[in-house]
Design a protein around this ligand. Structure first.
Ligand SMILES: [Zn+2]
Ligand SMILES: [Zn+2]
Length: 331
């Protein structure tokens, strides 16, 4: 029997290829949490007085985010947000319920909100209308933009000072490479934790950014979380650049374990200075909904996209004051 490299007491069950360690389940869970906390501290992701709104999808990553923050910070400083995109077969009531229950076990409230109520139209409805009109925008574009806006909106409603998402190391490096290939320099810098929030915005934090996807999956499995396993039906509809990058990065990691981690660590070092300059950047305001947008635009990207599918006045335009938007349901 191979013993754990850390405690030397229990049977090793998890092999971390990136550092060559064989760990028992307990030490593995501890190691993941310690790395999450280390990353949070290193970049001051959570500061005294902060209230953190966690975007929780119900997938494996979101459970790891929830547990690692809940074991570190007081529950009064944590809130969860679960966004129902409105994708039939994907959004399942049981998954949301399981998530809300788990969070409750840590004393964390999760608010369940829907894109349909926010924008007046669900993600699926956006996609079918876009298709009918022959637009090129993909489901992921509609979904990503809507979700980001819903998060920002609720961060303001709840008075949250940080917005945490459960992006893992694989997600981060994929986005990095995609941005490089598209020549999106600002996009590259925005991935750095120093980039902060633009003027008047809520800072996004990614506590899991140094944790491999296989690690969040293993963590969730060991803990027996009731995770959402249904894949988004739109995932295979558009073979994107990202899908290609993902499979190549996977091969590279197999060939030379630790490559993804090293790449991100290296960029953390060299991009920090440039990324800091983005903090508090001046931005423009959407003439329709008042949301922050790039200074060269009159309409924000979401308003523009919705207008292209015939929605000139999305629900959220009326929610400027913040309070009148009712919650779909809460725990
Ligand atoms: Zn051990
Ligand atoms: Zn707008």
């Amino acid at each position: 029997m191979v013993l754990c490299d850390k405690c030397g007491l229990r049977r090793a069950r998890v092999f971390q290829a990136h550092n060559g360690l064989r760990l028992c389940e307990e030490c593995f869970l501890e190691d993941v949490r310690a790395r999450v906390w280390g990353e949070v501290e290193r970049w001051r992701m959570v500061e005294p007085g902060d209230v953190v709104l966690m975007a929780l999808s119900g997938g494996k990553d979101s459970y790891v985010l929830l547990e690692s923050l809940a074991l570190k910070f007081k529950s009064s400083r944590l809130l969860g947000l679960s966004i129902v995109e409105g994708i039939p077969g994907y959004n399942r009531v049981e998954d949301v319920r399981a998530l809300v229950e788990t969070a409750k076990g840590y004393g964390v409230d999760v608010f369940v909100v829907s894109v349909k109520e926010f924008a007046g139209v669900s993600v699926s409805e956006m996609v079918s209308e876009a298709k009918r009109r022959g637009l090129v925008e993909t489901a992921c574009t509609f979904c990503g933009l809507s979700r980001r806006r819903v998060m920002d909106y609720y961060a303001k409603v709840f008075g949250a000072t940080k917005l945490a998402t459960a992006h893992n190391l694989d997600d981060e490096v994929q986005t990095l490479i995609v941005n490089i290939m598209r020549g999106d320099t600002v996009g590259v810098l925005k991935l750095h934790p120093n980039s902060g929030a633009p003027e008047g915005g809520v800072r996004r934090i990614k506590p899991l950014r140094k944790i491999y996807e296989w690690e969040t999956a293993t963590y969730a499995m060991i803990r027996g979380f009731n995770i959402q396993v249904t894949e988004c039906p739109f995932i295979n509809e558009n073979p994107t650049l990202r899908a290609g990058v993902r499979s190549i990065l996977y091969e590279i990691e197999k060939l030379k374990p630790g490559s993804l981690l090293k790449a991100l660590q290296h960029l953390d070092e060299v991009l920090g200075g440039e990324a800091s300059k983005l903090k508090g950047a001046k931005i423009g305001v959407c003439s329709r909904c008042g949301a922050p947008t790039s200074s060269t635009r009159t309409l924000c990207k979401l308003c523009e996209l919705l207008e292209a599918i015939g929605i000139g006045e999305p629900n959220y335009v009326k929610f400027r004051a913040g309070r009148e938007f009712k919650l779909l349901s809460s725990n």
